[in-house]
Design a protein around this ligand. Sequence first.
Ligand code: SAH
Length: 475
Amino acid sequence: MVVSRSDKLHVFPAFHKVTGRRVLIVGGGDEAAAKVRLLGESVAEISVVAAELSPALREAIVSTGACHLPRDFEASDVEGAVLVFAASGEEVEDRRVVAAARARGIPANAVDRPDICDFYTPALVNRAPLAVAITTTGAAPVAARRLRARLETMLPRDYGRFIAFADSLRGWVFSRLRDGAARRRFWAGFFDSAALSLFSADDRDGAVREAERLIDHAAMPARGFVSLVGAGPGAEDLLTLRAQRVLQEADIIFHDALVPEAVIAQGRRDAERVNVGKRKGCHAKSQEEINRLLIAAAREGCRVVRLKAGDPMVFGRAGEELAALRAAGIAHDVVPGVTAGLAAAADLELPLTLRGTASSLVFTTGHDMHGEALPDWARLAAGGVTLAIYMGRSVAADIAAQLADAGLSADTPVAVVENASRADKRMLVGTLNDLPALAGRDDLSGPTLVVVGEAVAAARLERAEPLHISERLAA
Ligand code: SAH
């Protein structure tokens, strides 16, 4: 049993206003100097209380214009400060500073003493007015600093000035584009447009012309568009970059029940989300109903994402939806995803094709459209074919019988992955003989993918459990 760790933060990031406000730093050494420099990234009025100054601190005070009180700390020093930093290097003194701040309801930070801090200081990327603050909640400050270094190289130096420039255009854009959706289209395009390069090259007029062009573009009546998007097998980092981009542009997302929240959450926060799949107690919408919803949303001018588990073109009813979109004359495209069969093979380290053993791969299903097992693929399984079987769990016994009828030996290896690619995945292994037991495994509640064929023997199976329950008990 994997103990699940909470993914909730023990801190909440917020940005403190410091215009015209005083921040107090107590201490005379290099730690205090580091805090003075950090605070110096803001317009806060910095006060330093220290009887003596290290050379680095003296320099930091001069370069930031901080005010220095050359004496020992007194509790009343915290008065009027909005934040207090204890950086004396002495535990007793730091505790005294923190206590004085807390007694007056002022949040305090003590350098290298996380247990008495009210807040942590972040690694900071300053592109004023843009600020990126990073914390690992004290777990790995080095990791935070490395990430900051990467962000520093990613964000152009004058990105902050560009953002301020964008802000100065806001009123003008509002007057030109009265429609909220059009404005959103404009801004989404603006920050990725040539305007940034033009602005960086000091061509402000060019940047404004680029904005004009984007406004004209955004003002054109929106044409609805439907993307059939593969969400992958469940792990959110198996989404393609294109799928992620399309999700962020979507006004409305129609998703299957199998698609996990973490994937859907990559869409815009204010995008509408509609679950069109089966949920406990609720019926799935019919295919006709889904087709109608997609077409209606596109006709309203929406960017529509139809988000499907795995790849949309593999057992995903893409055929019906594409036919309906074509018939309705709706512009559309398809964004592929990692299908469950491939994710299961990766989890098992199972080469689906293997020189000398398996030269073909069949994606098949235990169900046809009417819920009955299809008989005709079974004969393929004999001789050098790996079968990836979708929706095979409830009809596992039928599949096993048909494969045996088709001449497959009872000891042909079989592997099963539940929740492929996800943290809670389970892998099972056995033979064709054991496959009927799959239907009775009530301990499996997630989607399962069955792989049959000699190539299974080449997988890494030591982490897999026995497929047949009695073997499991015997083990
Ligand atoms: N379009 C999807 C398949 C949809 S059919 C794809 O390309 O993966 C639904 C079936 O897919 C499930 O019954 C199961 O057999 C399989 N499946 C989907 N996600 C899975 C996962 N994470 N692990 C194992 N099987 C999965």
